[in-house]
Write a protein that binds this ligand. Structure first.
Ligand code: ARG
Length: 631
């Protein structure tokens, strides 16, 4: 067992514990080890929690083990000799607390520095996945909900890729439907030379949509033409196809501006892509006797819902659900995807639940955890600072590009205030403003549990200030601001969210991308100031985690892989954000307690700085944030 073995620390430890479980109770050869990080670091680094469960299985049958504690003792004793485990202790009803060997942690960090952070990517039980995200609708508003989907979906795709999964990043654009009839007719009416106009000529497509809708509602003749246009479009009429494509192209320009700013890549396979496959999929479902008639529509009835899933509308057309059933068929049969992740607001939870249930009825989706597996990643609403649904200036809709531009402008102003425009080139200033502004928007979204509503607040997301709240009474021997700041740098509470200075004051550090980017840039400046060539330093395997705060930092570093694993298997990016935020705090702790430059331990400590910077950058990459090397 050496530090280079594939898999997270937790996986590697679980492998050892499995051997111990087999040695302890050969008859329970299916028993899987339950290993987790210790909540309280005083108990140890990790714990193995099998004893109680095993005891309830063998109670009354075993003469050897009289209580769970005895099982815990035996499990600890049977852990094979390894380079990994230093010592164990048993707590309460058989919890086995495990302390790792410090030199094993040191070696693991060193190997990562030499071989790259990619070697810490966990292994998942999947090789190919579809992440269906962003997915705005043509000619309609691309709203903050789509922004959340873009940010969360990109992060999940990034994490899967880090875990060696082949990811198909799919933009399931709403580019089909009856609304195109009226849009096309309106285009013909207003722009007789529509074939030759530039993509910018129509300007605001949303306004165009509104006007077309207005005409549709008022003008009977137009309405009839629009309905006929749908038929022509669906019948494949070339002129109508071309007009449809023109409208899609214009919308795409707007979407692409957003993706470009966010540096998000995805591949468009809109609803229209699946049209040719729909009839066959519907036939297959029909042959399974799943489709029944209901009020003139063809539907699938699924458990738990009064309303059925409509597959063919009364007018004979297909709909959103039909397309999703077909897209599933295509993705699993043609593209051979094993996991299908859909990122939309929680408002669509019912739609996906019904679609997944229909797929199970068809036998296309297994009901146990075998592949293929579908997952709906729902998220809450975006609220404004006033607690209402997010809107700018009264009821106007927010253009996402404008929103992102504002984040950038605010960051740029801040940098100029700090005189960076005099220190940096124009390009450097632009790049930093983008990294800060867009990073802030992304992190503010990702750091919350996605299911909660989240408040979009520029002030908050761009905040790095430290606010200090005094609690209790301010007595004569109370703290001076000086001691508060000094303590603040030293004592982080276990949750890593705030710093307890004394019972009198709580210091809250802005949990923002700006703070984290600063933390990273500070490490880079330490490395620069050392004037040492890191590549040279890496030649000697000399990391020594001697000081307690070095060891705490080191342990946190090597846990990166399992944190990504948890974050991606639970589809909760906030887990990764919490890890990154704690990492910044633990680094501050270390740097406050341990002299780096010109110390006897300089080489080791510089390598620890470098390892921290590498892991921080890996987190940034997964979160879609561009790191900055000076700030
Ligand atoms: N276009 C949809 C919307 O804006 C989202 C599509 C999500 N993906 C899917 N396969 N249904 O609400």
């Amino acid at each position: 067992q050496n530090a280079e073995t594939i898999g997270s620390v937790r996986q590697q430890l679980a492998n050892l514990m499995r051997e111990s479980l087999r040695a302890t109770l050969p008859e329970l050869d299916e028993e899987e080890p339950i290993v987790s990080a210790c909540n309280n670091p005083k108990n140890g680094d990790y714990q193995c929690n099998n004893a109680m469960g095993i005891f309830s299985k063998i109670k009354g049958k075993s003469t050897v083990f009289k209580n769970p504690n005895a099982i815990g003792q035996a499990i600890a004793k049977n852990i094979p000799e390894s380079a990994m485990v230093e010592r164990t202790s048993i707590a309460g009803p058989g919890f086995v607390n495990i302390v790792l060997k410090t030199d094993w942690i040191e070696e693991k960090i060193y190997r990562m520095l030499v071989n790259g952070i990619g070697t810490w990517g966990p292994v998942l039980p999947v090789t190919k996945a579809v992440v269906d995200f962003s997915s705005p609708n043509i000619a309609k508003e691309m709203h903050v909900g789509h922004l959340r989907s873009t940010i969360i979906g990109d992060c999940i795709a990034n994490m899967l890729e880090f875990c060696h999964v082949d990811v198909l990043r799919r933009n399931h654009v709403g580019d089909w439907g009856t609304q195109f009839g009226m849009l096309i007719e309106y285009l013909f009416d207003e722009f007789p030379n529509w074939e030759d106009i530039g993509d910018q000529a129509i300007g605001d497509l949303q306004a165009f949509y509104k006007k077309a809708k207005g005409k549709f509602d008022e003008d009977k003749d137009f309405k009839a033409r629009a309905q006929q246009a749908v038929v022509s479009l669906q019948g494949g009429d070339e002129r109508y196809r071309a007009a449809w494509k023109k409208i899609c192209d214009i919308s795409r320009l707007e979407f692409d501006q957003v993706y470009k700013r966010l540096k998000v890549t995805l591949e468009e396979k809109g609803e229209s892509f699946y049209n040719p496959y729909i009839p066959d999929v519907v036939d297959q479902l029909r042959s399974k006797n799943l489709i029944v008639e209901s009020n003139g529509a063809q539907v699938i009835r699924v458990d738990g819902y009064e309303i059925p899933l409509i597959v063919i509308k009364t007018d004979g057309g297909f709909n959103y659900a039909t397309t999703d059933l077909t897209a599933f068929w295509y993705r699993t049969n043609v593209e051979k995807a094993e996991w299908l992740v859909y990122v939309t607001d929680v408002g669509q939870a019912q739609h996906f639940d019904m679609v997944f249930k229909a797929l199970k009825l068809a036998g296309w989706l297994p009901s146990d955890c075998r592949i293929p597996k579908t997952m709906h990643v729902g998220f809450g609403l975006v609220l404004g600072a006033d607690g209402k649904r997010f809107r700018t200036r009264s009821t106007e809709v927010v253009r996402l590009v404008d929103l992102l531009d504002e984040a950038k402008t605010r960051s740029k102003d801040e940098l100029i205030n700090r005189g960076k425009d005099k220190e940096w080139s124009k390009e450097e200033l632009e790049a930093a403003a983008e990294a800060l502004g867009y990073g802030a928007v992304k992190y503010a979204d990702l750091k919350n549990n996605r299911l909660t509503n989240y408040t979009f607040d520029f002030e908050q997301m761009l905040d790095i200030r430290v606010s200090i709240k005094l609690v209790g009474t301010w007595t004569s021997e109370a703290l001076s601001w000086d001691t508060i700041i000094r303590h603040m740098l030293r004592i982080a509470d276990p949750a890593g969210m705030c710093f307890m200075v004394s019972p009198l004051a709580i210091v809250q550090q802005g949990n923002t991308a700006v703070y984290l980017l600063y933390a990273h840039a500070r490490i880079c400046s330490i490395l620069r100031n050392s004037k040492k060539d890191i590549e040279e330093l890496k030649k000697a395997n000399s990391i020594a985690l001697a000081h307690p705060s070095e060891r705490v930092l080191g342990l946190h570093l090597v846990r990166f892989g399992e944190v990504v694993e948890d974050s991606v298997t639970n589809l909760l990016p906030n887990t990764l954000c919490e890890y990154l935020y704690s990492l910044a705090g633990l680094f501050t702790d270390f740097y406050t307690n341990c002299k780096v430059i010109d110390s006897n331990e300089e080489t080791s400590r510089l390598l620890l700085c470098e390892a921290t910077a590498v892991v921080m950058r890996a987190c940034f990459k997964l979160l879609g944030i561009t790191p900055l090397y000076r700030l």
